[in-house]
Design a binder for this molecule. Structure first.
Ligand code: A3P
Length: 320
């Protein structure tokens, strides 16, 4: 197969030639498929996953828009769900030697990427998985089963700044930065990876209201503000609440300490390690703070995004 710069065969090129396209954040173009924007590689992973993945009722799937704190939530979820198998006070906890993305892989950009056929035999139950897919594009078996979805989003301004840094870092063959105004323009038009951002958030928020046993809606800022309360909520949602003894022994505090930005970002695996796709683990840890957007946004940029946020979220109870 002849491949173009996006790695597409002739057949792939024909498929993508009819989709709307815009300048990409990492590769040359992103395309609109089923109402969201993504690279050809990601869209192919989404399609493979939609065709092949069979959800089990016991599966737990983390869903996020990119740069919402996925790495943090993966660590918290892994530590929480596996706390009997891997007690958090022990020295050899997997989170101390593996990046959270290795422990909870992405469906479409890791397990089903590039035509891979995942082998789930090595997964224990419950299977812990993750995705950035919008609700409407989730494989049908995820929507129809009792699979639990843990959704996490973050203030759009911080999400944007985190995404801008991340994509600047990961762009191949580029040393320069994307002009921030240009990328904000794209973000505001909805043209960002898995965007429009608002549709992603609102669709899962609606699901969390309609099906509170299936979808838990979390926000990065809320976990930062009340980590213990949110961890407790997560445990209750997953039907593995903390016992009184655990609370008294400080298990929750220890999970939060182990999964803190400070602790994870300084581990050897996360300073010098790489994922199997060669991505350096350190790119997932930048500042880990709320409100870093203030260091980058002009008043004009802030007002522009405020107007959109107000308009898009006015009918919801989401307050960013
Ligand atoms: P910043 O770029 O604002 O620092 P994702 O994991 O979805 O890719 O999101 C990455 C963002 O989460 C980055 O935000 C990163 O620094 C932050 N992050 C990573 N680990 C974290 C942790 N343990 N606690 C809080 N924030 C974390």
């Amino acid at each position: 197969h002849l491949q173009d710069q996006e790695g597409l065969s002739e057949e792939g090129k024909n498929f993508f030639s009819i989709l709307p396209k815009e300048k990409g954040w990492m590769g040359s173009y992103i395309y609109n498929y089923q109402g969201f924007w993504a690279s050809p590689r990601t869209i192919q992973g989404v399609i493979a996953c939609q065709q092949q993945f069979h959800a089990q009722d016991s599966d737990i799937i983390i869903v996020t828009p990119p740069k919402s704190g996925t790495t943090w939530l993966k660590s918290l979820l892994f530590a929480l769900v596996n706390r009997m198998k891997y007690p958090v006070f022990e020295q050899n906890h997997p989170l101390l030697v593996k990046n959270p993305h290795e422990l909870i892989p992405f469906l479409e950009i890791s397990l089903y990427v590039d035509g891979c056929v995942p082998n789930f035999a090595s997964f224990t139950s419950p299977r812990l998985l993750s995705t950035h897919m919008p609700f409407a594009s989730l494989p049908k078996s995820i929507q129809d089963s009792k699979t639990k979805l843990v959704y996490l989003c973050r203030n759009p301004k911080d999400t944007f700044i985190s995404l801008w840094h991340f994509t600047n870092n990961l762009r191949l063959h580029h040393k320069d930065m994307h002009p921030i105004e240009e990328k904000l323009e794209s973000f505001c038009k909805g043209v960002s990876p898995y965007g429009p951002f608002w549709n992603h958030v609102l669709d899962y928020w609606k699901q969390s209201i309609e099906k509170p046993k299936k979808v838990l809606f979390l926000m990065y800022e809320e976990i930062k503000a009340q980590p213990k309360l949110q961890l407790k909520r997560l445990a209750e949602f997953l039907e593995c609440p903390f016992s009184i003894e655990e609370e008294n022994c400080g298990v929750m505090d220890e999970i939060l300490r182990m999964c803190s930005f400070e602790n994870l970002s300084n581990l050897e695996v996360n300073t010098n390690g790489k994922l199997s796709n060669e991505t350096e683990n350190k790119v997932f840890f930048r500042k880990g703070e709320v409100g870093d957007w203030k260091n980058y946004f002009t008043r004009e940029m802030s007002e522009k995004l405020n107007d959109i946020i107000e308009q898009k979220f006015q009918e919801s109870e989401i307050k960013f």
